[in-house]
Design a protein around this ligand. Structure first.
Ligand code: UD2
Ligand code: MN
Length: 372
């Protein structure tokens, strides 16, 4: 169609007048809006728009709908016009202010784990292969959510380097998948005196609390590696026995009141029973004493099932200076009398050195051990 054909149409002059009036109205509106915008340059509307833009660009790179909603909530607090131009770019919204709690069931668990000890690692290969983002001292907290569980893992220790490497190789990735806010503490008994596993646990409890506000403590032998990441290293309503199905015992409890290997107690539960006894030097009995302390204080034991509670124990001989102590079984007849007089309230030790490795915090401690 050609432009000239419109002029020949009937009533064309009338149409032309209507069009001119409409065009004038449009131009007048545009001018009004421009004048309004000019005088409202510092209005909250402009400020909010800038903030959203900066926020989306800098702080919400992979924002979900929920993130955007929270972002709006936060920004609505800043709708007041800024006093100076610097204030416009200040106060970026940090993602941490919008982190929600981690879900009760962590999303990345894999269930049964393949655990093998035939390969020998060097410390360097373990450090390289444990790729999770740890802070010094074997500390971790999830970035994606706020963990509900502040857990210190306490490992009584002396001269078991190979075992520690195997354990950390498997444990760190599992604890990360469990979305714990955790730290690993290796409590090394200094010197050649008689070993005392329970006293080292007490030291670990006291020292970890100096480091961070832990609410839960997992006490673990160095040679026990969990075979299922659904076995939560966290605390429960009752003290928890975690190592319920160890290969060494044919994946069964050796006896019903068994509390050895790996256990978890909240800070409150541990303080209620006055911690572990300090009086069990050498091998045996200290785990049974803890079991009795728990029962005598009116608590019960919780446990995972025999599938999630599976463990492999690294094979070993009895260590030097940790022979079975024939005096220990007798002590178990007196737990009721001794438990409030011997424990975390009478603990005495000297820290000789603290080393923060990437994979663990190593605390070398003199526990005034008798020479065997
Ligand atoms: C059993 C229990 C253990 C504890 C012990 C009696 C199991 C799986 N474990 O372990 O919890 O009750 O009997 O005391 O039933 N350690 C060293 N260096 C040493 C000696 C011991 O690091 O020289 C540490 C290490 O963390 C070890 C733990 O103490 O795993 C227990 O000692 P063990 O492994 O020699 O005793 P075991 O396997 O009979
Ligand atoms: Mn062992």
């Amino acid at each position: 169609m050609l432009l000239g054909s419109l002029r020949a149409a009937p009533g064309a002059a009338n149409m032309q007048r209507k069009f001119n009036t409409f065009a004038l109205l449009v131009i007048a509106s545009v001018v009004c809006v421009a004048v309004l915008l000019h005088f409202n340059k510092n209005s909250s509307l402009t400020y909010l728009t800038e903030n959203i833009f900066l926020g989306n660009k800098k702080d919400q790179p992979s924002g979900t709908d929920k993130d955007v909603d929270q972002f709006w909530d936060i920004n609505s607090k800043f709708q007041k016009a800024p006093e100076s131009s610097e204030e416009k770019t200040a106060k970026p919204v940090h993602r941490s202010t919008t982190l929600g709690p981690c879900p009760d069931t962590p999303p990345n668990l894999v269930g049964p784990l393949r655990v093998e000890f035939h390969l020998s690692h060097t410390w360097n290969t373990v450090r390289k292969e444990v790729t999770v983002p740890l802070q010094d001292g074997g500390r971790y907290m999830p970035r994606e959510c706020l963990s509900e569980h502040k857990v210190a893992i306490i490992i009584p220790y002396r001269n078991r380097h190979e075992h520690l490497k195997h354990l950390l190789f498997y444990l760190h990735p599992m604890l990360v998948r469990q979305q714990l806010d955790y730290g690993i503490y290796v409590i090394n008994q200094d010197g050649e005196g008689v070993f005392n596993r329970a006293k080292l646990m007490n030291v670990g409890f006291a020292e970890a609390l100096k480091d961070y506000d832990y609410e839960c403590f997992v006490f673990s032998d160095v040679d026990l590696v969990p075979m299922d990441d659904r076995n939560f290293y966290r605390c429960f309503e009752s003290p928890r026995h975690l190592s319920v199905a160890i290969d060494k015992f044919n994946f069964q409890l050796p006896y019903n009141t068994y509390f050895g290997g790996v256990s978890a107690m909240s800070k409150q539960q541990f303080l209620t029973v006055n911690g572990f006894p300090n009086a069990y030097w050498g091998w045996g009995g200290e785990d049974d004493d803890m079991y009795k302390r728990i029962i005598f204080h009116g608590m019960s034991i919780s446990r995972p099932d025999h599938i999630t509670g599976k463990y492999r124990m690294i094979k070993h001989e009895r260590d030097k200076h940790n022979e079975a102590n024939p005096k220990n079984p007798d002590k178990l007849f007196h737990t009721r009398e001794t438990m409030d007089k011997d424990g975390i309230n009478t603990l005495n030790y000297t820290v000789k050195e603290i080393v923060k490795d990437r994979l663990y915090t190593f605390i070398n401690v003199d526990i005034k051990a008798p020479i065997s």
